[in-house]
Design a binder for this molecule. Sequence first.
Ligand SMILES: Cc1cc2nc3c(=O)[nH]c(=O)nc-3n(C[C@H](O)[C@H](O)[C@H](O)COP(=O)(O)OP(=O)(O)OC[C@H]3O[C@@H](n4cnc5c(N)ncnc54)[C@H](O)[C@@H]3O)c2cc1C
Length: 468
Amino acid sequence: MSRRAVVVGAGLAGMLAAAVLADAGVEEVVVLDRDELPDGPRQRRGLPQGRHAHLLMPGGLTAMEELVPGVSLRKRLLAAGAHEISLSSGMLAHTSEGWLRRWRREGPVMLTCTRALVDWTVRAAVLEHTGVEVRRAAAVGLTGSAGRVRGVRVSGPDGETDLAADLVVDASGRGTRIVSWLEGLGLSGVRTRTVDSGLVNASRVYRVPAGAERFPLTIVQADPYVSRPGRSAMVMPVEGDRWLVSCGGTRGGEPPADPEGFLRYTLDLPDPIVGRLISGAEPLTDVHLSRSTSNVRHYLDKAPHWPEGLVVLGDALGTFNPAYGQGMSVAAFGARVLGRELDRATGLDAPGLARRVLRGAARTVDAAWAMAVGQDVLYPGTRGGGRPGIADRAVTAYTRRMTRAATSSYAAASAIWDVTSMRTPPTRMFHPAAVLAALTGPPLPLLTGPPLTPGEREVLAGLDRTGV
Ligand SMILES: Cc1cc2nc3c(=O)[nH]c(=O)nc-3n(C[C@H](O)[C@H](O)[C@H](O)COP(=O)(O)OP(=O)(O)OC[C@H]3O[C@@H](n4cnc5c(N)ncnc54)[C@H](O)[C@@H]3O)c2cc1C
């Protein structure tokens, strides 16, 4: 392996791709980012989503650890204050079908911390262990031809210059200009699909109240089955003894940015637990809103012609409703595909390399897309989804049954954790024990309130200033 690769974007997809390229022996790996990258876990302009809750699923973390060898990202994140949350026992989750029970048996464990901490930890580890160089610059186009990309056009203080590369990786995230960049090379015909539920996210950071340090992550999920806008809220512990509280609402059910409205929104959910928890907690920030959360898939992998020397990963390939916490893991899976294909290739210029990476990465995007879009199309006012077909309706009915069974069936609950933790593909939902559980339904009556321990009940009562 030899020569130069240029990666556009120093987010997760970009830094993980850079690690993989360096590990494959590429002589020079240059990562461009238009943002000033902070030397610590701090929020930055280029990552507006970083203000909102990000769950790091075990499947994604495992992939990241494989891609950045020699460092335990998990240990570094935990040392910096991240929390380990067991999906089986460490959460209070109110689903569309009611409260899930908590199990003594250990399930998959996810990490919670700020997105800024994940990004900084990964970036620092990659820069420590490789010769990857990060430059502050904005990419504004591609150079080369429709047959082969030869580099990136870069905008800097002295105007535009060309940076030659044997391989370009576009990891510039949701705002990618890849479709128009390809048109600049004379390549058209890329189909883009947008499914927009009008989702708005609103988040605020609180100090964890004294005594509530061990209170479980708490989530009230949206209900897509009732022909009403989806509304959800989550209290997620992050580093620095803080709670990051994020609400999400689809068109017609958007959370507001004013503090009183934010609290009221959480109290009006099917269970008021999030509002009760934060009603007496000290806020540390304003409420921050984000609106750009539609599902967007650029079908680059299906383009009639694809140039050699160009790969697209992470959100630049597809983004989806964040409710399932999949995007960071999908970014890592895409970089893993790049690594596998580089291992098999004779060099960066191996014929067909770029297209093989793109197709492999697209498969991981599609699995996440199906899960997110399958639910989003059910919300009123969703644009671009089309009417669900018979197959969609069958999957929806099955998922709903499975969720209902999971309120008290271990077989059903563990199938759901395995898929949402991104350790196994969605086909796990069709293992015989899971199918049987879905068909049989919940073995126990639905819980009428959250499954709290006596200690947690006391903490909640002590925090509650709402009188609900
Ligand atoms: C509200 C919300 C909540 C989410 N929650 C979760 C969650 O719980 N779990 C989860 O796994 N995922 C979650 N996600 C998804 C996750 O944020 C993304 O999937 C992930 O950030 C994708 O990483 P990326 O590297 O592809 O893009 P990004 O992280 O967006 O990085 C793109 C980078 O490219 C840079 N850039 C852009 N354009 C240029 C250019 N022209 N030149 C140079 N640099 C450029 C930007 O500055 C940025 O650094 C959530 C998303 C949102 C919106």
